[in-house]
Design a protein around this ligand. Structure first.
Ligand SMILES: Cc1cc2nc3c(=O)[nH]c(=O)nc-3n(C[C@H](O)[C@H](O)[C@H](O)COP(=O)(O)OP(=O)(O)OC[C@H]3O[C@@H](n4cnc5c(N)ncnc54)[C@H](O)[C@@H]3O)c2cc1C
Ligand code: FES
Length: 280
């Protein structure tokens, strides 16, 4: 059993919980995730470890209450317990002194880039953050990211905060300026987490400039042990499993069309569950 120590709403449907899990907190690296089973009979949900505090023995999880299981987790209160948390899972982000690293987060992906910006900064990189949300009230972790990024750019689709447009517009602008100016430091690595169309666009952009780009993928996961195959993704024409080979892959080699199709494959059943329909 894992106790919820803190709980807060970051925006309308994005919740942050801090959970006592000292063994996982001790071993967790940036980019890793946990499998959370809220109640004894609940579904498993993969969630990125958004932060850890080894002195308190805690993990921070930030999640969008998008469907049945994330709403069930979001319904817990401080003091309640989570049945199972398995992790840390997946391969940690490769951290080194690259030079300049641009980290791009879209939507709840903003929470997923936070530990990477923190680790990249600690490794003495110049870290540029670009975060985007649909509107002002959905922008999360701005103050925390200002501490881990040398520069932080914010976009909103409707222009209610930061620059109007998409994170890819800012990235595209930075890449163009870097190419044309001798004063600007060219990025050595781009790291992105967010909706599939965003990651696909980033991959297309950085490929033109030949900049190494890593994306953290969120395929549907069931067992997270490499046995069930539900999280398979095609990378460089080879089948890989998001849970054990990822979740990070070379963005220029990912088959985003297949990923998008596979993410939609359980939509009907999930919608049914959300409406508490009887199973077909
Ligand atoms: C490695 C990994 C790390 C993740 N980290 C986070 C995180 O830190 N915060 C967070 O909010 N979410 C994260 N996710 C996504 C999260 O696991 C799903 O949103 C969750 O499982 C949905 O469960 P549900 O029952 O609430 O929704 P469902 O009813 O199962 O689904 C609701 C909607 O979400 C879509 N969906 C379901 N599973 C996924 C998925 N794996 N990725 C993207 N869309 C999905 C469905 O297609 C559907 O449209 C992560 C996923 C992976 C694989
Ligand atoms: S979730 Fe089953 S193989 Fe990855």
């Amino acid at each position: 059993m894992f106790r919820v120590i803190e709980k807060s709403k970051l925006t309308g449907d994005i919740t942050r919980i801090v959970v006592a899990a000292p063994d996982i907190a001790l071993k967790a690296g940036a980019g890793q995730f946990v499998m959370v089973v809220t109640g004894r009979d609940s579904e498993r949900i993969p969630l990125t470890i958004a932060d850890t505090d080894t002195s308190r023995g805690t993990l921070t999880l930030i999640f969008q209450e998008i469907g049945f299981s994330t709403k069930e987790l979001g319904a817990l209160s401080e003091g309640d317990t989570i049945s199972h948390i398995l992790g840390p899972l997946g391969n940690p982000t490769h951290i080194e002194k690259y030079g300049t690293v641009i980290c791009v987060g879209g939507g709840v992906g903003i929470a997923e880039i936070f530990p990477v910006t923190k680790a990249m900064k600690r490794a003495e990189n110049r870290v540029i953050g670009i975060i985007g949300a649909r509107s002002k009230e959905l922008v999360i972790l701005e103050e925390k990211l200002k501490q881990t990024c040398d520069e932080l750019f914010i976009t909103t689709d409707d222009g209610s905060y930061g620059k109007k447009g998409y994170v890819t517009d800012v990235l595209s602008g930075l890449l163009k300026v870097s190419e044309q100016s001798t004063h600007t430091i060219y990025p050595n690595l781009v790291y992105a987490v967010g909706p599939v169309p965003m990651m696909r666009k980033i991959a297309q952009l950085t490929k033109e400039y030949n900049i190494k780009t890593i994306v953290s993928l969120n395929p549907i996961m069931v067992d997270a042990t490499g046995m069930c195959g539900s999280c398979r993704v095609t990378v460089a024409g080879v089948t890989r499993f998001g849970c054990v080979d990822g979740p990070e892959f070379d963005a220029h080699l990912v088959d985003f069309d297949e990923l998008q199709k596979r993410l939609a494959s359980f939509k009907e059943k999930e919608e049914c569950l959300n409406k508490k329909c009887p199973a077909k």
